[in-house]
Design a protein around this ligand. Structure first.
Ligand SMILES: [Zn+2]
Ligand SMILES: [Zn+2]
Ligand SMILES: [Zn+2]
Length: 169
């Protein structure tokens, strides 16, 4: 795994956001956390990168690169795919977003300050994703891989199912 010093005991997210919650608040918090994170690491959150991050935070639903391109074009921004991919790489590298492999999509991280392995519950009903971010899961993967002599380069845990909001329907 990329960084062994990220072990932290507490779960940083409470799960799926309830419908009708104040999402503007989520966006404000996420952008503020991103600014802090970049300032702390000396990384430059350019206008373009910030714009892409804000578009990803449009909802809690993971979003693909081409949807992002469409949204940028809707806003009148002429962006080419490589530009968007570079912005996405920057955001992933700095822990501001996670890539959901099974969906080929990206989702914002609410706790970028602490590096962690992406562990996601992905709802097949509403397509939203919530981070589990349980340190014991990451530790168990690291431990078992080590016992087997396997060098982990990337680890994302993705679990499909139905979120509480969809189950209530
Ligand atoms: Zn929200
Ligand atoms: Zn995260
Ligand atoms: Zn759902």
């Amino acid at each position: 795994m990329a960084s062994p010093r990220r072990i932290h005991a507490k779960t940083t997210r409470t799960g799926f956001a309830p419908p009708g919650h104040d999402h503007a608040h989520c966006v404000d918090d996420a952008l503020a956390a991103a600014e802090r994170q970049c300032a702390a690491k000396g990384a430059k959150l350019t206008e373009q990168r910030r714009r892409v991050l804000a578009l990803i935070w449009n909802s809690h639903e993971p979003v693909g690169a081409y949807t992002l391109l469409d949204r940028l074009r809707d806003e009148g921004v002429r962006a080419q795919p490589p530009t968007v991919y570079r912005a996405l790489d920057f955001l992933v590298e700095n822990g501001l977003i996670h890539r959901i492999e099974s969906l080929n999509a990206y989702v914002g991280c609410a706790a970028p300050a602490q590096r962690h392995v992406g562990q996601f519950l992905i709802c097949t009903g509403c397509h939203s994703a919530a981070e589990l971010d349980d340190a014991s899961i990451g530790a168990a993967i690291a431990q078992r891989a080590k016992e087997i002599g396997f060098a982990v380069s990337r680890a994302t845990v993705e679990i499909a199912g139905l979120c509480p909001n969809c189950r209530a329907r």
